[in-house]
Ligand binder design. Structure first.
Ligand SMILES: [Mn+2]
Length: 330
């Protein structure tokens, strides 16, 4: 048994009242991981609930059919004793939100269950495994270590975690273990087309038009190693597009020949969110995003930069090209 699993079991053994949370603006990995873990802990008799900063976004409610995820406001007056606070899919406390951070003060036991890069010292005392493609993959293994059978609700949530975090199995983070977990989830009753459509097949015509416009105005550096798309606030409004729907736009760039880095610039108020994807395993966009004030995985990362969209695009593209310069092709 690996150290991450041992540490997890030790924490669970000692705790009865367990609160699980995830990052703000949670995605399917954060939600699927906390929800499945919560159901598993309930099955072994723990008093477990999920508490998020905000109520679950409508589009994700199907991932929580037993309604175990609560908003902080719903539970703040009833929670007093917390033996263990588990944070899934991030290892940064500010990322869990200002209100949920209040719960940290009510417990002496905090455990991150995550797959994002972090300092060695943090990984040494938490359950952080960067070899996992999704926190959901790690949680599936931890649930098995608890000897709990993964039921259909858990399986759909964890399967969705993994398809979202791997962009349907296309990232370099996908391993044999990822597929072993997927195999187990299918045996637990997941139907892939149904799971795929529930999370992806919900787009409106406005989405299609916006995607078309954005992709047809793609730009690249002269050597085509950097490609980028720009999303202006107005275009989102005009097409009545949900922000949640546009995260995947950038992935369409990854099929370009010669590409090393894909960028997506999105205007938010007076700032610009810059998303990064790596199309080449030698290029670590996590480090690039970190150099520009953000962070993330080797293959997928982001930062937020102050300034007008025109300036941020020009400056970031120049910096990314400079960062690519010393790399040798092979
Ligand atoms: Mn994740």
């Amino acid at each position: 048994m690996d150290k991450v699993t041992q540490r997890f079991l030790k924490h669970i053994e000692r705790a009865n009242n367990i609160v699980i949370t995830t990052h703000i603006y949670p995605d399917a990995d954060g939600i699927g991981s906390e929800m499945a873990l919560c159901l598993a802990l309930q099955k072994i008799g723990k008093n477990a609930i999920c508490v998020n900063e905000k109520k679950l976004n409508e589009r994700y409610k199907y991932l929580d059919p037993k309604d175990v995820i609560r908003s902080y406001d719903e539970v703040k007056d009833t929670i007093d004793k917390i033996d263990l606070l588990i944070v899934t899919d991030t290892n940064s406390l500010p990322r869990i939100g200002a209100s949920v951070q209040e719960l940290v003060l009510k417990t002496s036991n905090l455990l991150f269950i995550d797959h994002h890069p972090c300092p060695r010292e943090l990984a040494a005392i938490h359950c952080i495994d960067v070899s996992k493609a999704a926190t959901g993959e790690l949680v599936a293994d931890l649930i098995s270590a608890l000897n709990v059978e993964i039921d259909e609700d858990m399986a759909l949530a964890l399967y969705t975690s993994i398809i979202i975090d791997t962009s349907s199995f296309r990232y370099p983070t996908v391993t044999a273990n990822t597929h072993k977990v997927i195999s187990k989830l299918l045996e637990s009753g997941v139907k892939p087309p149904q799971a795929f459509n529930l999370i992806n097949g919900t787009k409106k015509i406005g989405y299609m038009k916006l995607l078309g416009n954005v992709l047809s105005s793609v730009q690249t550096s002269q050597d085509e190693e950097v490609a980028w798309i720009i999303l202006e606030e107005k275009a989102l409004e005009d097409n009545k597009c949900d922000v949640e729907d546009i995260h995947g736009f950038i992935n369409h760039l990854l099929i370009l020949d010669n590409l090393k880095v894909a960028l997506m610039f999105r205007e938010i108020d007076k700032k610009v969110k810059v998303s990064f994807r790596s199309a080449n395993h030698r290029v670590d966009v996590g480090i690039m995003a970190q150099a520009l004030g953000g962070g993330g995985h080797n293959h997928s990362a982001a930062t937020v930069i102050d300034g007008s969209i025109e300036n941020v695009v020009a400056e970031t593209v120049e910096k990314v090209q400079a960062m690519l310069e010393p790399l040798q092709d092979s």
